[in-house]
Design a protein around this ligand. Sequence first.
Ligand code: C5P
Length: 225
Amino acid sequence: ARVAVVVPAAGRGERLGGGVPKALRPLGGRPMLVHAVQSLATAELVSQIVVAAPPTLVEVVSRLLGPDVRVLPGGAERIDSVRGALRALDDDIRVVLVHDAARPLTPPSLVDAVARAVLGGLPAVIPVLTLADTVKEVDADGRVLRTPPRGGLRAVQTPQGFRREVLEAAYTSSDGDGPAVTDDAGLVERLGVPVATIPGSDEAFKVTRPADLVFAEALLTRRPL
Ligand code: C5P
């Protein structure tokens, strides 16, 4: 069964600043997206990669990633970018991973671990980490409502992996959720499909704020090339 990865990379990256779409921010001299796609291409089980790029930059991104990567214009929200990319999958793809361009240092071994878990029969698999910080639920004014026990919480990373028909059903049945949908498994959960977790990786963190770039640069210099 062939495995594809869909990469939403069409975000503006406003929290990061800098005026460049986040996926194209350089890290060690190369755009984050190039690092992310290289990790996916290095994974043993991945056979197709589809990238949703900022609409005005499709040509630029396509040239950066080379002929083996399909590049399409992304949508207004992440959910639209993923939905569009799903339509470009090859017919024989059975397993689909969705991976943020904003996680440039994700180890190929994590990509393969997610793919292997779905190929092994699980309908949906996500990599997770336990939390270092305590988390509070707050109201609109920032007043604390409650403190969920930390032991039962996980921070969720990507790639998230799905049987193709499960992810397609999730995207078909969801419409207009827009910004409320922050991960793909969230859509799948609504279908009542069980979502399994596997251990994530510290290196699969999402570059979101300026300090994350500093951390990513530091990690890169310590990596063997
Ligand atoms: O904003 P956030 O960091 O959650 O974005 C996660 C991923 O979704 C990023 O890789 C971003 O480029 C992508 N995205 C997208 N299309 C959008 C918004 C975000 O592909 N319209």
